[in-house]
Design a protein around this ligand. Structure first.
Ligand code: B16
Ligand code: MG
Length: 217
């Protein structure tokens, strides 16, 4: 039977972490907080609100909800100014061949992302037409490792979780896929993503026969 392939966005399809970093760093420096690329690693797959909490904790800053709301808008406005400039060239190597193979083989393609900016990113990079369903930060109330985002994706496709395959770059996302009873495929560092059933450094390392086996298993 038909499989549902669920893709995370940031870190799997596009590398938007660098733009999140620039926008968070501007805010952090304004607040007198030192924010490094290592800190940014910890924000991968984490929601916008939770990311701000982590950054404020770094600087031991207590703030009112009004202040936090202003900073969240400021960060997102700056992030969107970068997103506004992106195009197809931002798509990570090897992703398009896998999407094409899945389309040719009539498999479901679903987005499962924590980002509330997922749609504009898919539009700017010209790949929104590949997706049969999109589940993003606007749809879910429980962040990864809660499996809600992926379970909603399966439900939209009317498919059973055991027929779903998840591509993720964050450990929380891998855990979410495992809890959902889906096949978890890590994209990135094996040491970080050790709970995944399979790990590849990036999509160029995934042989199309591997995908074909998942389709026909
Ligand atoms: P936004 P993913 C996540 O996307 C990012 O990895 C994470 O760094 C970001 O804070 C989060 O989306 C929310 O993004 O501010 O655009 O709503 O990896 O789940 O696709
Ligand atoms: Mg991600």
């Amino acid at each position: 039977n038909k499989k549902t392939f669920i893709f995370d966005l940031d870190g799997v399809i596009v590398d938007t972490a660098k733009y999140h970093f620039l926008a968070w760093q501007r805010l952090a420096s304004q607040l007198g907080i030192e924010f490094t690329p290592e800190h940014n690693e910890e924000l991968k797959g984490v929601s916008r609100v939770k990311s701000l909490e982590l950054i404020l904790n770094l600087g031991n800053i207590k703030a009112s909800q009004e202040e936090k709301d202003i900073w969240l808008v400021q960060k997102n406005t700056e992030y969107l100014s970068y997103i506004n400039e992106i195009d197809e060239s931002e798509i990570l190597p090897g992703v398009i061949s896998v999407l094409n193979f899945l389309k040719e083989n009539n498999q479901d393609i679903v987005l499962g992302s924590a980002s509330k900016n997922a749609r504009p990113i898919l539009e700017k990079t010209n790949i929104i037409h590949y997706f049969d369903a999109i589940v993003d930060g606007n749809d879910v109330s429980n962040a990864k490792p809660d499996p809600e985002v992926f379970l909603q994706g399966a439900k939209k496709m009317n498919n059973n979780p055991i027929n779903c395959i998840v591509f993720e770059d964050s450990l929380a996302g891998i855990q979410a896929a495992n809890i959902a009873n889906m096949i978890s495929i890590g994209i990135g560092d094996k040491r970080v993503l050790h709970e995944a059933q399979f790990v590849f450094p990036d999509f160029t390392h995934i042989d199309i026969n591997f995908i074909d086996n998942l389709v026909n298993r």
